[in-house]
Design a protein around this ligand. Structure first.
Ligand code: PLP
Length: 362
């Protein structure tokens, strides 16, 4: 299996051997003291990355499960979904699919949601929940989360639900400082683990809201999470290997230092943007809202991205074509998790070698 390409796609990412090793530790029972010790470590690790005292829920699902959980437990009257790409649109679709009343406001793909857009929407109707995707993986836009959250708090009491799926642990998101009610992510992106697990911080306001919420189902009921969190356990049998992996990753993050980790991600994003500019490529994401964990590059030079990807796989690398309608129009290079600047440099140099062979590149 060692001949699979090194992943520069925005999830899943390549997993560090130390994490793989930690994940293969002997199994333990999920209603035992040794499990509670593991649970404590994982919760503390997530709290430390998010700089929060809030409750942390551990979910054996991908992030989509927690996106659904978040709205089902909190939307009573009407939800506002802020849309700037495929994943923020998906949260609107999830909200309405759950039978909850929701409006969406949107900007063109590649643009960021601005506080003034949110203010306008909040003046027009009453919302008890607002959803935001921090780092829109389909467009490479990183929305100004802190400013948006400030605006929401100034103009309403709506709970602030944030998808940080492709930014959590790669970008600074101080949950308590920024007043985020729910902050969720799966672990196959900047956390650098295999897919199949997700984490979420939950505010007291959100827990309170969930108490008499009807029709929230069973698997993702916050009350169940609360009951078991008090025992340092999960409501049902979790993926214990993922918890071992997160325990290890939390230690690795502590050793690297949070600030250094965020800086490494910021620097790799800059390295990629500089490389792109050096070749005459433009960024698809608008200035200055470029993601720090993945770069979505505009194919303004009209290269054959499918051919580039094929050639890269032959060289041992996988990058991403544009998402959905952006296929052929953009390509994405992810630089998150345990990826190092020197790995990225090797990929960029490999692309340099391939580019002149692409018939429409000049
Ligand atoms: N939100 C964002 C921003 C994403 O990038 C993704 C997946 O790529 C999702 C949500 C869905 O996450 P998952 O596949 O873990 O359910």
């Amino acid at each position: 299996m060692s001949n699979v390409p090194t992943l520069f796609i925005p999830g899943p990412v390549s997993v560090h051997p130390e994490i793989m090793e930690a994940m293969s530790q002997p199994m333990i029972g999920h209603r035992t003291p040794e499990f509670s010790a593991l649970y404590q470590d994982v919760v503390k690790g997530v709290q430390s990355v998010l700089q929060t005292e809030k409750h942390i829920y551990l979910s054996t699902s991908s992030a989509t499960g927690l996106m659904e959980a978040a709205v089902r437990n909190t939307v009573k009257n009407r939800c506002l979904n802020l849309v700037c790409g495929a994943f923020s649109l998906r949260w609107h679709e999830i909200t309405t699919a759950c039978g909850l009343a929701a409006d969406s406001i949107g900007v063109d793909w590649g643009k960021a949601i601005r506080p003034e857009h949110v203010e306008m929407a909040l003046r027009e109707a009453d919302y008890d929940v607002v959803t935001i995707v921090h780092n829109e993986t389909s467009t490479g836009v990183m929305n100004p989360l802190r400013e948006i959250a400030d605006t929401i708090r100034q103009h309403s009491d709506a709970l602030i639900l944030v998808d940080t799926v492709s930014s959590m642990s790669g970008v600074n998101i101080p949950v308590d400082d920024w007043g985020l009610d729910i902050c969720l992510a799966s672990v196959q992106k900047a956390w650098g683990l295999p897919p199949g697990f997700a984490v979420m911080s939950v505010s007291d306001r959100a827990i309170e809201r969930s108490k008499d919420q009807p029709n929230k189902g069973y698997y993702f009921d916050f009350m169940e999470f609360e009951k078991y969190n008090a025992r340092e356990q999960t409501p049902s049998t979790p993926s214990i290997p993922h918890m071992y992996g997160l325990q290890k990753q939390a230690k690795r993050i502590e050793a690297e230092g949070l600030t250094n980790r965020f800086e490494r991600h910021r620097n790799m994003a800059k390295q990629t943007r500089e490389w792109a500019a050096g070749h005459g490529f433009q960024m698809f994401s608008e200035e200055p809202y470029h993601s720090q964990t993945l770069s979505c590059i505009d194919n303004n030079l009209g290269i054959d991205i499918t051919e580039l990807s094929k050639r890269l796989v032959a060289e041992g690398y996988r990058i991403s074509n544009g998402y959905g309608p952006l296929k052929g129009k953009t390509f994405r290079i992810a630089h998150m998790g345990d990826r190092q600047p020197e790995d990225l440099q090797k990929l960029l140099e490999t692309i340099d070698r391939i580019l002149p062979d692409l018939h429409n590149y000049n």
